[in-house]
Design a protein around this ligand. Sequence first.
Ligand code: ADP
Ligand code: MG
Ligand code: MG
Length: 869
Amino acid sequence: KKYVYFFDEGSKEMKSILGGKGANLAEMSKIGLPVPAGFTITTEACNKYYDDGKKIDDSVKEMIFNNLCKLELKTNKRLGDYNNPLLVSVRSGAVISMPGMMDTVLNLGLNDEATEGLSKITDNPRFAYDSYRRFIQMFGDVVLGIEKYKFDKILDSVKEVNGIEEDIDLTVDNLKEIVKKYKELVKKETRKEFPQDPKEQLMMAVTAVFESWNNARAIVYRNINEIPHHLGTAVNVQSMVFGNLGDTSGTGVAFTRNPSTGEKKIFGEFLINAQGEDVVAGIRTPKAIEELKNIMPEVYEQFIEVTKILERHYKDMQDIEFTIEKGKLYLLQTRTGKRTAKAAINIAVDMVDEGLIDKETAIMRIDPQQIDQLLHPTFKTEELEKGKNIAKGLPASPGASTGKVYFNSEDIIEAAKRGEKTILVRIETSPEDIEGMVNAEGILTTRGGMTSHAAVVARGMGKCCVAGCGEIKVDENNKLFKAGDVVIREGEYISLNGNTGMVYKGIIETQEAQLIGSFAQIMKWSDEVRRLKIRTNADTPKDSETAVKFGAEGIGLCRTEHMFFKDNRILAVREMIIAKTTEDRVKALNKLLPFQEEDFIGIFEAMGSRPVTIRLLDPPLHEFLPHKDEDIKELAEELNMDIKILKETIEDLKEFNPMLGHRGCRLAITYPEIYEMQVRAIISAAIKVINEKGIEVKPEIMIPLIGHEKELEIIKNLVNETAKEVMNDAKTQLNYKVGTMIEIPRAALTADAIAKHAEFFSFGTNDLTQMTFGFSRDDSGKFINEYRQKEIFEKDPFAKLDQSGVGKLIEIAVELGKTERDDIKLGICGEHGGDPESIDFCHRIGLHYVSCSPFRVPIARLAAAQAAI
Ligand code: ADP
Ligand code: MG
Ligand code: MG
């Protein structure tokens, strides 16, 4: 078996055995770019090292020395030779790049004799001893395990004694003294002389690189980034080139395009008279790459040419390391450059225009999750740096917001009326806080996770939210919160970054998101290839407009209950709930009717002829009632009711498991008049918009929480009869659909029977997940992290669809539904509708659309396109 490849034997396709660095060094050599010669010891050799009980096998050793011979012939130098010493770097290189995690040794091959020789042939003793002291330090640190600071201490003391500030000003004698002291340190620490045999040095360094695969920080890095531990690292042995040979030498790093904006312009830095790590280590301040043009114009031209060749060859933006030795350019590394969402989009579109890649490749290059960054207002970066960070919570809903702090919804609403920008700060939010949340710029809670009420609702509204910020202590009574020793009182400004979870004191300026330029172009291309339609979850005309602006093709879920909390309607809602007779209930419902109608008119107008799925009332009624004594008292007064009776009624309505209680279609089985009113509002609103605006509206009435076909049969009849009545009264006919949510496992399992009465299914995966797993969405936060740590769940099933369990129910329902009704419309409207992996699943099982919050619509458009490619 071949364990060692000379650079000219490899290629970029051989990453898995040569590692990323080795494969690309081979590729660059192959296409004729100036790469110092060398060879790569494979990842398989690394794995063999561990399999053999941490020993480098003789056969591998032999291959290493054979390739070393080849390298010596090629460079016409010999390792350790006084007359012409070969120096090499020994560089780690994993399959998946792990920047800075593993070790590299430079200038290997130097010993006392070779250093003297190097000094003679270069006629540059300063350079020779500078290289030697760097080598002893690196080798000492990486191979011998002597802490770096011990070397630094020696260096610093020599500098201090001689009154020297910069390394570059060290004299030959200073360097010789440092070398001597370094060797003494090595002897003291290892009880052995610094190894003088270069071949021994080489084998020790190779072993150290193999070992570095399992150093603590590399293991942690792999865990965080989900990189398998069995891959192993390759080792690259490469002849040295020197950036520290004086003023016509230097070293640097560069991106072929700007990694934060995507601008088509080299972006990088370099240092004159420096080696390897000096640029990243920040010992001296590097210069911008453009300056190379003034210092070495020819090298600069050549470098620009090389970046073009690399981009044309790799067809992607590259991150390059280079060194200049006496005016000659060498490339030491290239890899695909990491970039922001903005840069990713600009680069992908530019590259299509340049003919480098096709549209499909451009679409696949962009991480849908990452473009979330571009859809919300963001803080101006310059401003962010000035901000005072006081706490960090969960980045529950992206965006940036600044406002005055208030601690309850009423105060927020009052402040909003005064025209203030506000931030709602609460221990946690509940449905009662909706009004406050609507009016606030952002939401900060101290409890609750990524799927808490605050998080879900905020994401739905596209509103910035930091949740579960346990670092702050909220004192709702005194209207203040504490973050460490910072106290923020009502009316003071804070700023929230929903992308990072950071909380700042004071005002930070923001900028609006726009779907223009390259972003719009990528969206257009995505629309051309995707098969899934993208709808949105929207409850208000404003959300609907936002969604349409972002490309929504309809509403997949309009929740009617949020409308119930608005303004003065809540009183009528409460009246309806506590009504003792049907007559009283109808009276209260009649007060709500005009409000609901008005809401639907607004939404229909915003959506035009796009389909609008409206879900009839779903939550348990108890959620609409007040809980605090003072609020109950107020309500009793408003309703002119005895407080004791009211309290009893509220008590009666309490349920042990409200999520499994009297809610959804069960409300309509017991109180048909509720749905009747809602249907009346929908149909008459639709008729008005048709007659007055000439818009061909397409309402789809959706019944929640169906578990048995009979439920649906009864309610469907109610819907149709009510609709008929309204249409007859208005003398206008209207096309509408009636369908159901599939969110109870029984409904999925009997979907054929249910499809008899349903023209469409919409998978309500929030409830379906909750009921399939049997754990409550609102309580699972307490244990789900533990589940993830113990690897019971890879991911939170409320965020990523559980394809093997919940997904299976969906597949069953799709199949059964189609056998009964082959043109049944199928969609998904849970949180998962905006998650790229779940969207891919929906594409594969043949759903017709996914529905997600307005701000995720562009993400879903892209993800649906990727699913189709
Ligand atoms: P990392 O993976 O941490 O970037 P590298 O193996 O790329 O480590 O080495 C770090 C730096 O050392 C490189 O950027 C380069 O500047 C320098 N270097 C490595 N090999 C050589 C060499 N053969 N000649 C000159 N400099 C080298
Ligand atoms: Mg590197
Ligand atoms: Mg539901």
